[in-house]
Design a protein. Structure first.
Length: 278
């Protein structure tokens, strides 16, 4: 009796044994009997009643038992893992063993599958490049486990004129410089922060992408000869304000007022971060 061969499988009807690439595929006897009948009638529909009578000749079995055997066979033939659908269900009638898996038209396969694969591959490569280019620190950045990473979000100005905007920028730059001098604190450059702002990215998302711990944000205004600065320290992951302060400096000497304010704010932030790490 000749063997049945299909795909990577071979069925030996004399041994009642299914092989895949030379290796025996373990199957319960009734599943083997079901496969045997389907292969004998391959390409033709085997009615459910006929299949049940052939597999269980001396026993009364309902269709649930037959369906269980079909499921076992499909798993063994790896249909559920995307393999060729060798066993076809014919609604309200029975089952048919399909000698060869239905083929996808070559032209369609060439148009669809490689295109999606190429798009997915290109997206993965692009994402990896962007992450490496913008978010992986160089070997010159010594990152220790106890360091705090932060960025100073450009301070807002509450004064409507150009002088107020310039004042806010100067305070921001001074604060970045002072914070960069603190031990165990790493500060993202203002140009990097501005680049993320220009593309419309939220500062919280920027902080998470850059692996930051906190953001420093605030506002600057002048009132009655005073330089008024509000500062907040914000947790990147929750958006929670973990420290805030208001300060005022006389504007008689504008340069001195800005420098002293930035020094004081940086010192308080450094103190708060050190306490938080302990």
């Amino acid at each position: 009796m000749a063997n049945y061969e299909f795909g990577p499988y071979r069925y030996d009807p004399e041994q009642r044994q299914l092989f895949r690439q030379g290796q025996a595929v373990p199957l319960v006897p009734k599943a083997i009997d079901t496969l045997h009948v389907l292969l004998e009638h391959r390409g033709r529909i085997v009615e459910k009643a006929d299949l049940i009578s052939r597999v269980w000749p001396d026993t009364t079995v309902d269709e649930v038992g037959l369906a269980r055997n079909i499921s076992i066979l499909r798993k063994a033939l790896e249909e559920e893992a995307g393999g060729a659908p060798y066993i076809e269900t014919v609604p309200r009638r029975g089952y048919r063993f399909v000698p060869a898996a239905p083929e996808v038209p070559p032209a369609r396969a060439r148009r669809s599958l490689p295109r999606w694969a190429a798009v997915a591959s290109a997206a993965a490569v692009l994402a990896g490049f962007i992450y490496w280019q913008f978010y992986v620190p160089s070997r010159y950045v010594a990152r220790r486990g106890g360091d705090a990473s932060l960025a100073v979000v450009p301070f807002e100005t509450l004064d409507p004129d150009a002088q107020g905007a310039a004042l806010a920028r100067h305070v921001t730059d001074l604060l970045v410089t002072d914070l960069s001098k603190l031990e165990r604190v790493q500060v993202v450059s203002p140009s990097t922060v501005r680049r993320h702002q220009r593309v419309g990215m939220s500062m919280g998302l920027m902080g998470r992408l850059l692996g930051l711990d906190v953001l420093v944000e605030g506002a600057v205004r002048t009132s009655a000869g005073q330089l008024m600065i509000t500062t907040r320290l914000v947790d990147v992951h929750t958006g929670t304000v973990i420290w805030a302060d208001n300060s005022a400096r006389p504007l008689a000497d504008e340069e001195k007022a800005q420098t002293e304010a930035a020094d004081s704010i940086a010192a308080q932030i450094g103190l708060h971060l050190r306490h938080a790490k302990n």
